[in-house]
Ligand binder design. Sequence first.
Ligand code: WQD
Length: 333
Amino acid sequence: MAILVTGGTGYIGSHTCVELLNSGYEVVVIDNLVNSKMEVVDIIKSITKKDFKFYQGDLLDIDIIEKIFNENHIDAVIHFAGLKAVGESVSIPLRYYHNNITGTLNLCNVMNKHNCKKLVFSSSATVYGVPKSVPIKEDFPLSTTNPYGSTKLMIEDILRDLYVSDNEWSIALLRYFNPIGAHSSGLIGDNPNGIPNNLMPYITQVAIGKLESLGVFGDDYDTHDGTGVRDYIHVVDLSKGHLKAVEKVIKEKGVNAYNLGTGTGYSVLDIVKAFEKSTGVKVNYKIMPRRAGDIAECYADPTKAKEELGWEAVLDIEQMCKDSWDFAKKNFK
Ligand code: WQD
């Protein structure tokens, strides 16, 4: 049972490869290393003591996808590969649409040609736009506020249309909330190039002394303490959700969306306090103006994933903070 993982050396992709290999799946990875590092391949092998095939390549090159399917018997695909920085997508939308949409179309066309019609797609809570209320359910209205989110919603629509055209497809659309944390080994984690956009890698770089202080983007939102509320989920829980989704698409046909979140919202200041409490390290911060495009509150109702995938997040915010800090100490020198 070989699973092709696109973007398998990235943050969530690498953690998912670890869970797949530990569960006995044969894994094949393609990654263009635009936002990850080659050494992650050997790190995954050392964590799991398992081997797997790695192809350095880009989904915009349809020949490399053909090569993978000609050289391997792929039973299902988990598709992570894509550009994912919200702010960057606003400044270079054409690159985002081309990379994310064309890459996915190439992948699906080759899958179709090889009669591989089981797909788990890395979507995002961003497809909910500004939610009408919280917690968010999968049948809430979908809209987006930036090109990155629009690529995710467009790909969801493409995959829904693909299923309508051919009911042999089995597709799971996984809408992630805010993944943080790292594998217990501290060897893989969220290691963005440059100044982090996301909250937790920024906090850990302040805690380790690489950055001076955290800017809290706004304290005048309609939330319990005025700062933005999000549904933070441990990346290992998130990865295990992908294995449940693989089981689902192998068993049943259809196209289904699932929220992968904890169902609990934490504010920015809640996270700062939780980080300080669980690591004993102080985080300097200062209140800054709101960040353009941010929303006040976003957290999941994860009931559908529990009922239909038999999955729920189990790791708490203290573990997320501890594992994030452990990874930072070992990698952010
Ligand atoms: C979280 C909270 C910020 C940084 C984004 C994408 C989403 C997904 C996850 C891909 C917000 C606040 C942050 C900082 C801060 N990515 N913050 N200071 O924006 O919820 O989601 O990443 O799928 O699609 O939109 O995550 O970590 O950037 O922000 O105060 O330096 O932390 O305002 O309230 P976000 P984030």
